[in-house]
Design a protein around this ligand. Structure first.
Ligand code: SF4
Length: 366
């Protein structure tokens, strides 16, 4: 654990926090793009420690949260078929669609299983040749290589009973969409380090030039987060927006070329619906027509997921930094992790669950 401890040392953390505070002259508005960063900032008390001097808002980087309710409905509809085994990661089972969650469908008898990787679903398809095994895939470019690999493995094995219900999304188009929202007040962005590990980060130069805000590639451990914030503040205070990498132990300018080739072989870039926006141009990855046999939407004749209203849930406003979770009237009342109204309260990367777990005073939480 020595390696991780290095990035969690409380003494270093305290010193770095004090140094950061000293260099801040204005209440800068900085968005962490990734849900893992949101949880890290709150879990380690960094956001709470800096809340009087920095305005930290949380972006559209929780993949479970940006998945449209209609995609959940599609998954439930397919899972209800007697010949289908639906598989996904645990978080996805609790996210409410318009007609309930996968967990509720499972309680009614649908065969829905939690897996730890898309490859587990491929193996399940091998073991259950009489069943159609579908992997409900969500996630950014960081998870797309694993689902792409599963499809290629299934093709190599000649499987006729494995498919993906794919809802992959892309980070940078979402960051662009945030910057173009009317009344946008974001002054700096922490780019998601794990996604940059796959995609690289050189492409953010154009983003920085266009929007004139610093972008700092940032990791998830407390010292990573403080390094990202410190660099962002330095750049903001100097008035020189730049692209910087504070996650060099993992992210390189060109990224992981092998993973990029996998994504490219299976997916193409497409305009898709997103919460908080009607849709985002080039904001998603859809399966290539040549692989439609492994595309559950094509195999089972489903339409592409659309986006309906979120009702009273303000997740769109939360994920674009327009409000903080505690400003949603349902937060902690009608909406709690036990009774989630929206995905950000369910997901382990959701901003609302992070605020519920870490940001509220204990006495309010009970
Ligand atoms: Fe949606 Fe609940 Fe978050 Fe409000 S607190 S935005 S209802 S998930």
């Amino acid at each position: 654990m020595k390696f991780v401890d290095e990035y969690r040392d409380p003494t270093r953390l305290k010193i770095q926090l004090a140094e950061l505070r000293k260099m801040i002259t204005r209440r800068w508005v900085i968005m962490d793009v990734c849900g893992g960063q949101t949880h890290g900032l709150l879990r380690h008390g960094i956001e709470q420690e800096l809340e009087d001097v920095l305005d930290l808002v949380h972006g559209p980087g929780c993949p479970v949260c940006v998945t449209p309710a209609e995609a959940i409905d599609d998954a439930v509809e397919l899972a209800n078929r007697p010949d289908v085994i639906m598989t996904s990661f645990g978080d996805m089972l609790r996210v409410p669609g318009r007609r309930g969650s996968l967990l509720q469908a499972r309680a009614r008898g649908a065969d829905i299983r939690i897996v730890y990787s898309p490859a587990d679903s491929v193996q399940l398809a091998v073991r259950e040749p009489e069943k159609q095994v579908i992997f409900f895939a969500v996630g950014f470019e960081s998870t797309a290589p694993a689902t792409a690999l599963a499809v290629l493995q299934a093709r190599q094995l000649g499987l006729k009973n494995f498919s993906l219900l794919a809802n992959h999304v892309r980070v940078e188009p979402a960051m662009r969409a945030v910057m173009q929202l009317p009344g946008n007040r974001i002054q700096g962005m922490l780019a998601a380090g794990h996604v940059c590990t796959v995609t690289g980060y050189a492409h953010y130069s154009e983003f920085v030039n266009q929007f004139r805000v610093p972008v700092v590639v940032t990791g998830f451990e407390p010292m990573d987060l403080l390094a990202g914030l410190t660099r962002s503040v330095q750049l903001l205070e100097s008035g020189e927006p730049q692209l910087c990498n504070e996650y060099s132990r993992s992210a390189q300018p060109e990224g992981n070329l092998h993973a990029q080739r996998l994504i490219d072989e299976v997916y193409c870039v497409a305009t898709v619906p997103w919460r908080g926006f009607r849709e985002i141009a080039d904001g998603g990855l859809v399966m290539r027509p040549a692989l439609q046999d492994f595309d559950a939407r094509s195999r089972f004749g489903l339409a592409e997921a659309l986006l309906s209203s979120d009702g009273e849930c303000r997740s769109g406003d939360v994920m674009t930094g327009r409000i903080k979770p505690i400003e949603c009237p349902l937060f902690g009342n009608a909406c709690t992790p036990e009774t989630p109204v929206g995905a950000p309260m369910v997901s382990s990367e959701g901003a609302c669950s992070a605020y519920f777990r870490y940001a509220r005073p204990i006495e309010v939480r009970t």
